[in-house]
Design a binder for this molecule. Structure first.
Ligand SMILES: [Zn+2]
Ligand SMILES: [Zn+2]
Length: 127
């Protein structure tokens, strides 16, 4: 075997190794990138879910508060405490006063005169 052939052989061997290494490097980098992307997406999804949960809890707490605040005495109109079933002033029954749409029954927020869903008139109802 001539020197040239030997060099050629060495070179192709080196080239093959270098190629393998390069392929491995690219594959590693791609894998890392993919893992990072998945991690990031999962983190974001977790954060989003957490945010949604907090928003839901807040909305529920507000609804609960509004329900409690809407409880009044049927007879004298006195505002009732959450634990009261009958009015301590006059013995009247405690009822829940709700502002709802006459058309679709959607619960209105404080100060709303017309339904945000259908434009219907908001009336006060006792339950
Ligand atoms: Zn009363
Ligand atoms: Zn409505």
């Amino acid at each position: 075997m001539g020197l040239f052939d030997k060099l050629k052989e060495n070179f192709s061997e080196w080239l093959g190794k270098a190629k393998d290494e390069a392929v491995e490097k690219v594959a590693d980098a791609a894998r890392e990138k993919a893992e990072d992307a998945v991690d990031g997406a999962m983190d974001r999804a977790r954060e989003k879910a957490e945010e949604r949960r907090e928003e839901k809890e807040k909305a529920e707490a507000e609804e609960q508060k509004a329900r409690e605040e809407s409880r009044v005495c049927e007879k004298c109109g006195r505002k009732a405490e959450p634990s009261e079933k009958f009015c301590p002033d006059c013995g009247g029954k405690i009822v829940e006063r709700r502002r709802v749409c006459v058309k679709c029954g959607h619960a209105a927020k404080e100060g709303e005169k017309f339904c945000s869903q259908c434009g219907g008139e908001i009336v006060e109802k006792t339950v």
